[in-house]
Each structure stands twice: as structure tokens, then as C-alpha cells.
Ligand binder design. Structure first.
Ligand SMILES: *Cc1c(COP(=O)(O)O)cnc(C)c1O
Length: 237
């Protein structure tokens, strides 16, 4: 991992760059939350970020995340951003505050049923397959409305908004089209009366553009922590 000083410096640089990017498109930087994606990084790396003032962390692998949660000190908000299979929903419902990757009703129903009594509703984003690549998870844009309508009826979930992973390309016209479509989709759901406030999009390579198209959470890993560690071995997939 990067050393604590480097992590603190990278966070500071990123927050400054976020302020600049927001200002250049007439947005207030307070509208955009930085989600530090700590997948494969150690608890020490997360702690270094916490000490540097970072509060929201994103994890992709359930076992990897649970292993480090106990060693992270301070008030941290955990976001699950990885592919979610049925056999992992209970651990996620019990240990996370947010899930960004819900793309089918069955998973949502399990999360709602398995959310421990007495805990706040689990915050949910619906993942949209915005690039329409067949290998990518996420619901097709046309199918989001019926899914959202079912999801808002589940008692222990709170639908906050939409999430997307844009195509891995440096073609900014494609990225603009995809982020723009997310912004339109979000507005359509809001117009239909859904009280959504979250658009989770933008990563290390493309977060500036995502901010231009209304992102309220950007998910940044390598630009905060440096290169990822080897993927945790496990039974995850
Ligand atoms: C890994 C990951 C990120 C962060 O990617 P970087 O390119 O390291 O910023 C963001 N979102 C999701 C869903 C991820 O899996």
C-alpha cells in the first residue's frame, strides 16, 4: 500500500481537484461525496485515510471487507459496491450502510429481510448497465422504473438513487453520452415522485466528467490508495 503520508496527500489533492472541478461547472463541492474505494487495501491504509478525514469507504469483496472492519477505528460509513450474490446478502445487510449494486428484486428482498432489527434502513442504489455491455451487471435503463417501484415498497431499504460504471474508454464522447443518460434517468425517476438524491458514478479516470453530469458520489480507489493489492484469494466467486 501507499504509506500514510502519501494517502493523506492524495486525499488532499483529490479534494482540492474536486473543488476545482465543481467550481468549473457551477456546482457546490458539498454536493459531491468522495467514496474512497478501499478494496484489497489493508485496514492500515483505511485507518490512514480515516485519520486524514475520510469517512466513506467502498468495498467489493465481502470477506475482505469484514476482515478489515474490526481493525478500522473511528466512525466509518461502509458502502458495498461489488457484485452481490444471494449467498452474501446477509453479511452485507448486517455490516454495511449502503449497497450500490442492486440490480434485481430478489437481492433487494433478501437485503430487506436480512437487515437487522433496530438498524437504520439500508441505503440502496440501483446499478444501471449504462454502457449496455453484455458482460456488465446492472439493470437495463428501460427496466429501472418498474424495479424502483417495487423496491420502494420494501420496509428495511431506502432507495437513494442510481449507480453506474461507465465504459472503460478514453473516448469522452461515449462517456458523456453515458453519464448524460444517467442524469436523464435520475431526473425521470424524480419527476415520477421518487425522492432520490444520489447519483453514484465516476472513478479515478473519469470522475471529473461524472461531476459535470451531476454525480453526487464519486467512487475513487487508485487515485487515493495507489495501485490495488493482489485480489484477495477466496471463495468469493
Ligand atoms: C474498483 C472500483 C472503483 C474504483 O476504481 P478506481 O479506478 O481505482 O478509482 C469504483 N467503483 C467500482 C464499482 C469499483 O469496483
Amino acid at each position: 500500500m501507499s504509506d500514510p503520508t502519501t494517502i493523506a496527500q492524495q486525499l488532499q489533492d483529490l479534494r482540492q481537484a474536486m473543488a476545482t472541478a465543481c467550481a468549473s461547472v457551477g456546482r457546490n463541492v458539498d454536493e459531491v461525496q468522495l467514496l474512497a474505494v478501499s478494496k484489497t487495501q489493508s485496514a492500515d491504509a483505511v485507518n490512514a485515510a480515516v485519520i486524514a478525514g475520510q469517512r466513506h469507504f467502498g468495498e467489493n469483496y465481502v470477506q475482505d471487507a469484514l476482515g478489515k472492519m474490526d481493525h478500522v477505528v473511528g466512525e466509518v460509513v461502509w458502502h458495498f459496491i461489488g457484485p452481490l450474490q444471494s449467498n452474501k446478502t446477509r453479511a452485507v445487510a448486517e455490516h454495511f450502510d449502503w449497497v450500490h449494486t442492486v440490480d434485481r428484486l430478489k437481492i433487494a428482498e433478501r437485503l430487506s429481510a436480512q437487515r437487522p432489527a433496530g438498524r437504520a434502513a439500508l441505503n440502496i442504489c440501483l446499478q444501471i448497465n449504462i454502457s449496455r455491455e453484455t458482460a456488465k451487471s446492472g439493470v437495463a435503463p428501460e427496466q429501472v422504473m418498474p424495479l424502483a417501484e417495487r423496491l420502494v415498497e420494501l420496509p428495511n431499504l431506502r432507495l437513494r438513487g442510481l449507480m453506474a460504471i461507465a465504459e472503460d474508454t478514453s473516448d469522452t464522447s461515449k462517456l458523456r453520452a453515458q453519464f448524460g443518460e444517467m442524469q436523464t434517468l435520475m431526473a425521470r425517476l424524480q419527476d415520477a415522485g421518487m425522492p432520490l438524491d444520489t447519483l453514484s458514478m465516476g472513478m479515478s479516470q473519469d470522475w471529473r466528467l461524472a461531476i459535470e453530469f451531476g454525480a453526487t458520489i464519486i467512487r475513487v480507489g487508485t487515485a487515493v490508495f495507489g495501485p490495488r493489492q493482489p485480489r484477495p484469494p477466496s471463495t468469493e466467486h
